[in-house]
Design a protein around this ligand. Sequence first.
Ligand code: F6R
Length: 611
Amino acid sequence: MCGIVGYIGPREAYPIIITGLKRQEYRGYDSTGVALINHHLQVYKKKGKVAELEESLIGKAVSAHIGIGHTRWATHGEPSDRNAHPHTSASGKLAMIHNGIIENYGQLKQELLNKGYKFSSETDTEVLLNFIEEIKNNNKCSLEEAIRIALKRVAGAYVILLLDADNPDTIIAARKGSPLVIGIGKGEHFLGSDATPMLEYTKEVVYVNDYEVAIVKADELILKNLGNERQTPYITKLDMELAAIEKGGYEHFMLKEIFEQPHTIYDCLRGRLDAKEGTITMKGVQDNIEQLTNASRIIIVACGTSWHAGLIAEYVIEELCRIPVEVEYASEFRYRNPIVNKGDVIIAISQSGETADTLVAIEKAKENGAIIFGIVNVVGSSIARISHAGAYTHAGPEIGVASTKAFTAQLVVLIMMALKIAKEKDTISEEYYSKLLFELEDVPEKVASLLKNADELKIIAKKYKNSNDALFLGRGYNFPVALEGALKLKEISYIHAEGYPAAEMKHGPIALVDEKLPVVFVATKDAYHAKIISNIQEIKARKGKVIAIISEGDEIIPSMADDVFAVPLADEIIAPIISVIPLQLLSYYMGVAKGCDVDKPRNLAKSVTVE
Ligand code: F6R
C-alpha cells in the first residue's frame, strides 16, 4: 500500500509527480504529499486524495526539477495532515516518503526519545527518518552511508525515497519487500511503486531488488547493496501503453475493466490455446511438467479475490488432474507451521504480484523445498520474480481497487494449466479435453454477449440498493463465485454480504431470510441444477427476494425468482468465468446507485504490501 513517485531531470517535477500519484491512488488515498527542492526544501501535504492537494496548491510556486510524492494508505497513525508523507527530519534538511511498515519502530523511537528527539506525527516513517539523520550526524558520514547502516537495523518492509536539501541533485531510494521501479530517461530518472508514473516518458525501467540502495541523479543511476558493493542495474523494456491506464470514456475504471473482459480473456488465451490443434502452450507449465504431473499435492496460496480463483482451481484441478489441492489464505499459511513436503507444488495467485502475505508465504514454502508457480498479472512484480516458474494473466493494468478482469484471467490461466496437466497425466478423455478447449475459445464471445445486457443489472441494482444485507449462494464450481460476488458487493457498496454453499444455508444463514433480504443465486445449468432449484424454493418459502444468475434457455428458475439475469450456457468448469461477470456488474451498479466511490472504496487499497 501507499504509492511513491519521484522525479529528477530537466522537466518540471511537480506535474509529473501529481500525475504519477493520481495513477497510483489505487495503492491508497488517505493523504497525499510532495517534497520539492528549489533553493530550499518545500513540503506540501494534506489529508485526502491527490486532487485535494493539487487544488490547495493552485497558485503556489511549485517549480522544481527534483521532487518526491506520496499517496498514503494509513498504517501507523490515523489519516491526517500531520501523519501525511513526506516527513521531515529534526534538522529540517531531509524529507522522506515510505511505503511499508517498520516493525521495530517502537524500539527505534524509544532510542531517539532518550536522545531528546521530538516527533510531530505518529508514523514509523518519521522515526526511521530521524534514525537515519541521527546516524548521519553521529557517524559524520554521508546520507547514503547512514541509510545503509540504518537499514541493517530495520525489521519490516519498506521502500523509502529521500531528499536532502544540502544535495539537491540526488534522490536516494532503498527497498526491501515493497516495490520500486526506476524509469531511465535521457538525462532524467523517474521513480514509482509501479511503472505508471513514467509510461509516457520512457519504456526502459529497472526493478530494484530487495536490500538495494539507489543513488539517483538526473544523468546517473547507481545501485548498491547494503554492503556498499555496486550492483548492475538490469534494464527491462516496458510492454504497457498509456491508454491501458486511462478510463477511455468510461465513468469508472471498474466499469471499463469489467467491459474489457472479452479482450483480456482473449489476450490471456492468445498464443496459448489452439482448440483445432488441441494444444495449450504454456512455457512455465511445460518446463515443469514433470513436477506438476507428479505432484503429490498442490497448495494454492493467495488472498481475497485471488483466493477465490484458487478455490475454483481446487475443484478444477482435482476433477481433471486427480491431484489433491489445498487452498490457503496466504496470511494464515505464513504464520502457522504448514506441512510442505518434497513433491508438493505451490501455486501463488496474485494480481499485483506484491501482496505481502502471499510473498512471505512463498518464501516460507521455498525454504521447505517446494516448487513455486506464480500466476501474476503485473509483469516484473516481486511474486513474478521470486517464483520458480509461472504464467502471466495478461489482463493489463487493473486500476479499480476491486479486482474484476484480473480474476477472470486468473481462472483462464488456471483452467488451461489444469487441462495441460490432465492431458499429460491422461486423466481426461480426448473428447472432454477437446470440448473444453473449444469452450474456452468461445468465452470472449459469450462474455461480450452478456455485457450487451448490462443495463438489466442496473435496474436490479436500483431495486435492491437500500438493502442492509445480502446472501450469495452457489453450488460446486459456482460456490466460490458466490463468495466472490459477496466480496465485490461489500467492498463496492458497503452492503453487508455473505457467500455460502447453497446447501449450507440451512445450517444457519437461513435464519437471516425475511421479505427484505436479497438472496443472489448463481444458478447456471450444471450437475447441481435440480438441487439449487430446491434451495431457491426454500428461500421463496420464507419470503426472501431471489435474484438468480441463470443460463440462457432456463425456463424453470424465471418462474420462481424475483429477478433473473441470463448468461450464455457453458460447461460447468468454464461457467465461473462467465457467471461472475453479472455479479461484478451488480455490485458496481449498486455502488454507483448508493453514491459510493467505486474505484476507491473506503479503507481499501489495491496492492496490500503490508501484512
Ligand atoms: C478484492 C481485491 C482483493 C485482492 C487481494 C489480493 O476485489 O481486489 O481482495 O484480490 O488483496 O491481491 P492480489 O491479487 O494483488 O495479491
